[in-house]
Design a protein around this ligand. Sequence first.
Ligand code: BES
Ligand code: MN
Ligand code: ZN
Length: 501
Amino acid sequence: MEFNVKSGNPEKQRSACVVVGVFESRKLSGMGEQLDEVSNSYLSNILRRGDLEGKLGQTLLLHNVPNTLSDRVLLVGCGKEREFGDKQYKKIISKMITTLNETGSMEAVCFLSELNVRGRDTRWKVRQAVESAQDTLYSFEEFKSKTDATRRPLRRLTFNVTTRKELAPGERAIEEGLAIASGSHKAKDLANLPPNIANPSYLAEEAKALAIENDKVDCEVLDESELENMGMGAFVAVARGSDTPAKLITLKYNGAKTEDKPIVLVGKGITFDSGGISLKPGEQMDEMKYDMGGAAGVFGAFIAITQLQLNVNLVVVIAAAENMPGGKASRPGDIVTTLSGQTVEILNTDAEGRLVLCDALTYVDKFEPDVVIDVATLTGACIIALGNQASGLMSNHNPLAHDLLNAGEHCGDRAWRLPIWDEYQSQLDSNFADMSNLGGRPAGSITAACFLSRFTKKYHWAHLDIAGTAWKSGKDKGATGRPVPLLTQYIMNRCESQAGR
Ligand code: BES
Ligand code: MN
Ligand code: ZN
């Protein structure tokens, strides 16, 4: 879809549709009033008759409004003006998109981007609108033999801004929104693909393709025998239960001076998590194809950053494997030696994420990272703690944690911090090895992060547990593309603060 910004009057737009907001109760927004005046109170008469109250998400499509140049006017209910904030804004944008897409307007001029959203500027509003439009129109239909394509889909959307001065930030916002949207789109596609297709080799091929397209991108793939030779005993222990070979995938984007230390993102890429010998129950087991959501998220962020051509060095490492209960699978009680030299007693083969990540986290030290952020659908306990709203954030460095929290708050892809105090570490004690991979039921997300923290002492590190945010279950089952917006925002913020220094 194509996006534009412009600064004009609603009655002067020659378009298939003009979109304006109506607050509760029946109160036209500024631009709506302007349309009402030129149309000799056509809109206010309709509202008075009670056709639209202005409740959040209500819509009313009008044709041939007098004295206007466009075919249609779409009124969108915005709820109570006093309560109008981020959530309400995103809701009306999404509602507008579905309505336009279903009612034959192939292009439209949207005046909702002019509404006042508390504390948000044009750049934020336009960017969110682009992201939300792309998100609303996303569907995954690769494996449907018949698709019901919309007959006259929305193709071009123009956002109106209040003054000409707002045009430049608006255009920048479109670029940013499109970059984040293509990153999220890729993350969703990778995660939604079935596990018999999106296996570690598939992820590796996708990564290699990025390096062919872009000469600032390098890709390296290590296969299972190389991981074994390097001493990644924990990673390999997970992979061995499967006939599908593991891969350690590295993507580099060289966007800054060679001597600039890179931001390193590490993604958990378990392309299917059966639990291994500690087999999971059958219910919803299909959703464990999403256990590569961390890999999909860092892959998507990589795409967004390369599309924006940011002045930064970025390394993405994906630990890709399948967790299966094959004849060579590890058993509860097995002891393995990690790349760091520390030994781990595997008490539960379903706590496999930390096993592949610990070796990847040791490995990335060679990039001399500025910061390392790992992203993983790591624990069911994180869903119990935070539900599906916030990703869990744990970190050994307060400034990094704060930057990530702020980035998430700004872009609406939020995280919430949990502690990783030393007091939790003893839950990982093992009678036979340096540690066990199981911390027991209390604070399951925290002890998982504590496990990882034993491999991240050399650098500033944060861990995002996206078990509750990477996908939705139930009727709307599907990947969300999170935390692509959060990661991209964090990197954008850093580039901006560095440019200002
Ligand atoms: N991938 C799962 C975590 C998960 C489960 C995410 C359900 C989202 C939904 C992870 O590998 C796992 O199985 N974790 C175990 C850890 C436990 C054995 C210590 C869990 O959360 O139960
Ligand atoms: Mn598991
Ligand atoms: Zn898992």
